[in-house]
Design a binder for this molecule. Structure first.
Ligand code: ZN
Length: 99
């Protein structure tokens, strides 16, 4: 759950400060906490559950205009699917424009 702190724009006051604010999965929390304690980053790819958990916690219930001009409402059954074109700078468009 995101926690409101201080004042400023949305991204500043809702910036997560604790692992529990970004990750809900207990196993993933332990992996991240261990990485901070040992100062060693695991040399494996994280499980898809971590990505799903991060995206759900940050995006669920939020609405955005995409770079293609369409819109997405996260967590809505009728919301558009999106395509993230990876690179140094992400390009995020709806999946219909991504084909
Ligand atoms: Zn589109």
């Amino acid at each position: 759950m995101l926690v409101k702190r201080g004042e400023g724009d949305f991204s500043r006051i809702y910036r997560p400060c604790r692992i529990s604010e970004v990750v809900g999965n207990e196993r993933v929390k332990k992996i991240i906490a261990n990485a901070f304690e040992t100062k060693k980053i695991p040399h494996t790819y994280s499980e898809p559950e971590l990505l799903k958990d991060i995206l759900e916690r940050i995006l669920k219930g939020r609405k955005f205009r995409l770079e293609c001009g369409h819109h997405v409402s996260f967590g809505s059954n009728l919301g558009n699917d999106i395509t993230v074109i990876n690179g140094k700078v992400f390009k995020i468009i709806c999946s219909l424009c991504g084909h």
